[in-house]
Design a protein around this ligand. Structure first.
Ligand code: UD1
Length: 416
C-alpha cells in the first residue's frame, strides 16, 4: 500500500474500535528476551513495525506462535547480534540491546532507523547501560555491548526525559544485581504498561508513571500473560478526524485517562466530549473548530505524536493558532503538503502559525513519516475534491486498518 485516493467533503461519524498500542507492544516484545519462560501477549496491533520486531526476535532464535495472542518462547536464543537490514527499519529495535545484555552479558546491534523526525541519538540509552556496568564500543554505526557477570544497580539521573532510554534502563535493571533508581524518568502510559508486564514476569519495579522509577534486580524472570494497553495516539487521531470534519464519533476499547491533554485541547476547540470506562465520545456537529495554541512536551503534557493532527485541525479552524514542537527538531516536514492543500501556515523556528481557512482543497501530497501520513489522509477526507496521498507505506507502520476504519466512519478511501 503506497498510494491512496481520498474523496473529500466527508464528515466522520460512528463507532471505531481502537487497537493495541504500538509504542507499548514493541518494547514489550523485545522485553520477552529477558526470560527463558513462556510469555503470552495479547492486543498486539497488526502493523509492519510489529512484524519487523517479530522477525528480529525470530532471527535471534525466539520461537513465536500467533493465534490472536502471541505466544513467545525465548528459551533458545543463540544469536546475540541483530542484522542491519532489520534494525535500520525501526527505531524500536534499540530495545533489543538492554535485554540481551542483561540476560546474556553481550549484544551487538547496528544503530536503529525509524521515522525521520530529528537526529534521534541513542546516547542516553548507552550512557544508562554504561552506568549499570556495561562496556560499550560504538564503531562504524555498530554498538558492541558486554558485561562481565551481572549488570550492577545504580542511581541514574536522566539528563533529559527520554521514553526510549527510560525503557532501556528499566529493562536492563530488572536482572541487575542490587537496586536501580531512574530519576527524571519518562512518565508515559507505555512505560507503566511495560513495567506492569515486567512485574508480571517476576520483576520488582515500583514508581513507573512517576518521575522516579525504582527497580530491585532479580536473578531470573519467569513466564506470564499480559494485555497491551490501547493506542492513545490512534484514539487521538480519530478524535481529531471527527473534530476536523464536524462529525460525531465514539472510540471504543480505549483509555480516556491516557488522553487528558488531548481532550482538554479538543474541548477548547469546541468539541463536546464524554468519557466512560473504556470509551470516548466526541461531538462536533455543526461547529467549526476554534484555533488552538499548543506546545508539545513529555507526558502528561501534549504529545509530539499528536502535533501534526492538531496542525490540521488549526488549518481549518476559526482564528490564528500556534503549535510549538519541543521534542523533535524536524517534525514539520508535512507542513508543505498542507500548504499545497491551501492551508495558510508559517514556520518560525520550532513554531508554526496557522491562519485558519474554512476549507482545504484537494491535491497530490506525499507522506514523510507515520503521523504525517494519518494527518494527510484526514486532510483528504475533509478537503474539497479528490486528494491523492502518496508514500503511505509509513502509515501501516503504526495504524492498524486505518483506511478501513475511516471508511466505516463515512470516509471514501481507495487503496491504489
Ligand atoms: C518514543 C516514541 C515516539 C514518541 C517519543 C516521544 C516509540 C517507538 N516511539 O520515541 O513515538 O514521539 O517517544 O514521546 O515508542 N534523545 C536523546 N538521546 C537519546 C534518546 C533520546 O537526545 O538517547 C532525545 C530525542 O532526540 C528527543 C527526546 O530525547 O529529542 C525525546 O526522545 P524519546 O522520548 O527518547 O523518544 P523515542 O523513545 O525515540
Amino acid at each position: 500500500m503506497d498510494k491512496l485516493h481520498v474523496q473529500g467533503n466527508k464528515n466522520l461519524n460512528g463507532n471505531v474500535v481502537i487497537s493495541g498500542s504500538k509504542n507499548a507492544a514493541l518494547p514489550i516484545l523485545f522485553m520477552t528476551i529477558l526470560t527463558e519462560e513462556k510469555v503470552e501477549i495479547s492486543n498486539v496491533p497488526n502493523l509492519t513495525d510489529i512484524n519487523i520486531a517479530l522477525k528480529l526476535l525470530i532471527y535471534l532464535g525466539v520461537k513465536i506462535k500467533y493465534k490472536k495472542i502471541l505466544y513467545i518462547d525465548a528459551s533458545s536464543i543463540n544469536i546475540f547480534y541483530a542484522p542491519y537490514h532489520l534494525i535500520k527499519k525501526i527505531r524500536a529495535s534499540i530495545w533489543i540491546l538492554g535485554p540481551l545484555l542483561a540476560r546474556f552479558g553481550k549484544a551487538k546491534i547496528f544503530l536503529p532507523g525509524g521515522c525521520k523526525i530529528g537526529s534521534r541519538p541513542v546516547d542516553l540509552h548507552l550512557n544508562g547501560l554504561i552506568q549499570l556496568g556495561a562496556k560499550i564500543n560504538l564503531k562504524n554505526n555498530c554498538i558492541n555491548a558486554s558485561v562481565k557477570g551481572r549488570l550492577q544497580g545504580k542511581y541514574i539521573l536522566m539528563e533529559k526525559i527520554s521514553v526510549g532510554a527510560t525503557i532501556t534502563i528499566m529493562s536492563a535493571a530488572t536482572l541487575a544485581q542490587g537496586s536501580t533508581v531512574i530519576d527524571n524518568a519518562a512518565r508515559e502510559p507505555e512505560i507503566v504498561d511495560i513495567a506492569k508486564f515486567l512485574n508480571t514476569i517476576g520483576a520488582n519495579i515500583i514508581g513507573a508513571g512517576s518521575n522516579k522509577i525504582c527497580i530491585q534486580g532479580v536473578s531470573k524472570l519467569t513466564g506470564g500473560a499480559h494485555r497491551v494497553i490501547p493506542d492513545r495516539i490512534e484514539t487521538g487521531t480519530f478524535l481529531v478526524g471527527a473534530a476536523a470534519s464536524q462529525g460525531h464519533i465514539i472510540c471504543h476499547k480505549t483509555e480516556p485517562k491516557h488522553l487528558q491533554s488531548v481532550l482538554i485541547k479538543l474541548t477548547e476547540a469546541g468539541a463536546k466530549i464524554k468519557t466512560g470506562n473504556d470509551w470516548i465520545k466526541l461531538d462536533m456537529r455543526g461547529k467549526r473548530p476554534k484555533s488552538l495554541n499548543i506546545c508539545t512536551s513529555p507526558y502528561p503534557g501534549f504529545p509530539t505524536d499528536m502535533q501534526a493532527q492538531f496542525a490540521l485541525l488549526n488549518t481549518i479552524s476559526d482564528g490564528i493558532g500556534t503549535i510549538t514542537e519541543t521534542i523533535f527538531e524536524n517534525r514539520f516536514v508535512y507542513i508543505s503538503e498542507l500548504i499545497n492543500m491551501g492551508a495558510k501556515i508559517k514556520i518560525k523556528n520550532n513554531t508554526i502559525i496557522c491562519y485558519g481557512i474554512p476549507k482545504l482543497i484537494s491535491s497530490n501530497v506525499f507522506c514523510s513519516d507515520l503521523r504525517a501520513s494519518a494527518t494527510l489522509i484526514l486532510a483528504g477526507c475533509i478537503a474539497v475534491g479528490l486528494t491523492i496521498v502518496n508514500h503511505t507505506h509509513h502509515l501501516i507502520r503504526g495504524y492498524e486498518s486505518f483506511p478501513n476504519k475511516l471508511n466505516k466512519l463515512g470516509a471514501d478511501i481507495k487503496i491504489i
